[in-house]
Every structure is written in C-alpha cells, then in structure tokens.
Write a protein that binds this ligand. Structure first.
Ligand code: SAM
Length: 229
C-alpha cells in the first residue's frame, strides 16, 4: 500500500509545487505515494464561496468556519479512514523526525492547511484533528508547512531515494545531529580534510563521526540529548 496524502486548502494551485520536483516528484509519478488536493471553497454553500467569518468575541482577522471544513474533511476522509488528520498550526506539537518516520510507515495523512487567524476550535475537536507545527514562527498559511511535512515524510518512503542515499545516519536519527561532511579537493583554501577520513580505517572513521556528532549536538542542540521523542 502506498502513502496516500490528501490536502485541503484554499490555494490548490500551490500543489504539488516543490513536491513535484526531483526524487519526491519521481516517486509521485511512479505511484510510490499519491497526492490529492481538495479546494476548501468547493464546500462553500453561498454564491460568494465564503469559507470564513469574523471571530466570536471580536478581534482582528477571520476564522475558517467549522461546518464547511467538516464537510471537506468528511468528503476526503470518511468514517473509518485509518489516516491521521493533521491540521498545520503554529500552536501544534512541533514536528520531529520521529513523527515523520511514523507517518512514513503509515497509510498516509489528511492534511488541512489553515489560513487567516486559524480554524474554529469545534471542528478541531469534532474531527479529531492533530495540530502540527513546523517551527516557532508564524506563516501566512498552512500550505508551505504541509509541503515541508510531506517532503520530510515522502523521502522516507522505500524507493523514493536512491539506494545510495541512506537516511539512517542523518540528523535527528538516533537523537543526534549529523557529523560534518568533506569531499575533494584534499586541500581547500588551506583547510585539509581530517586525516582520519582518508586513512581507510572504517572503524576509526565511524568512531570519529560519532564523536563529532555528539560534540555538535552538545554544542548546538543539547535539548536533543535529553529528548525522548
Ligand atoms: N493566529 C494564528 C496563531 O497565532 O496561532 C496564526 C495563523 S497563521 C497566520 C495562518 C495559518 O498558517 C495557520 O492556521 C496554519 O495553518 C498556518 N501556519 C502558520 N504558521 C505555522 C507553523 N509554524 N506551522 C504550521 N502551520 C503554520
């Protein structure tokens, strides 16, 4: 079974965007994963295709209506659909490589892209939406966030990356940032490749990489060393 992604958005033309390029795009056209994009406006009921309304209690901006979003969700993800329903949201749980890997191992995802001030709380609860954030900053909409999530997930689907591209040693796998990389030329602007990397001693190389990864993680992301997700 391949990974089935559904997107609900006000801006369907933004897709597949970068997801149509390179290995991810090839995986899409080869059927290793699928992408269906549903325009939220198709579920509006008035002549003007309205999907939002003013916030109850006052304040700036507009809020996506729960009834219209619920209809869109029910159309793409009927009762019994095993896929998680993700709402891209700066209030959500920060996306991690562990969550990305779990998603890649699953049947797919229904991804809702917010806009304006956000989404009515009642539809989040009524449809069991899992709020996911891609970082502690605010985007104009959920589309780019959905692409970030899908790019991270789909590159892990077997067959999407070439066999030579191992994902097992990458940053965040095993709770560490990745060690530094080097390639030819041997000397660049007076800087040498560390001698161990050209020694031919695979054991020493592995040891050096592990030590570098640990040192870098301790320096830049000590939180990863204590985090358990
Ligand atoms: N009023 C919201 C708040 O303060 O939390 C921000 C809404 S933002 C302008 C509009 C939409 O962009 C959100 O509903 C969400 O779908 C998306 N978005 C913005 N930042 C995001 C982030 N860091 N991660 C995931 N989605 C994000």
């Amino acid at each position: 079974m391949s990974f089935a992604a559904d997107i609900i958005t006000l801006f369907p033309d933004l897709f597949p965007g970068p997801l149509g390029a390179s290995v991810i795009g090839r995986g899409l056209s080869d059927g290793l994963w699928s992408l269906r994009v549903t325009p939220l406006r198709d579920f509006a009921t008035d002549r003007h295709k309205t999907v939002d309304d003013t916030p109850s209690g006052g304040g700036a901006g507009m809020v996506l209506r729960p009834d219209i979003l619920a209809k869109a969700i029910d159309a793409v993800s009927p009762y019994g659909d095993p896929r998680p329903r993700l709402l891209m949201s700066p209030r959500g749980k920060p996306l991690t490589q562990a969550r990305v890997r779990a998603l890649a191992d699953g049947p797919g995802a229904v991804i809702i892209c917010g806009r304006f001030e956000g989404v009515d709380q009642r539809v989040i609860e009524a449809r069991g939406l899992e709020e996911v954030s891609i970082g502690d900053y605010v985007l104009a909409g959920g589309e780019v966030a959905a692409m970030v999530l899908l790019e991270a997930v789909t590159r892990l689907i077997p067959g999407v990356l070439g066999a030579a591209d191992s994902t097992a040693e990458e940053s965040f796998e095993g709770g560490l940032l990745e060690y530094p990389h080097y390639t030819r030329p041997q000397v660049f602007e007076g800087r040498d490749i560390p001698a161990v990397l050209t020694s031919g001693d695979h054991g020493k190389v592995a040891q050096w990489r592990r030590a570098e990864a640990e040192a870098l993680t301790r320096k830049r992301r000590p939180d990863l060393l204590v985090r358990k997700d």
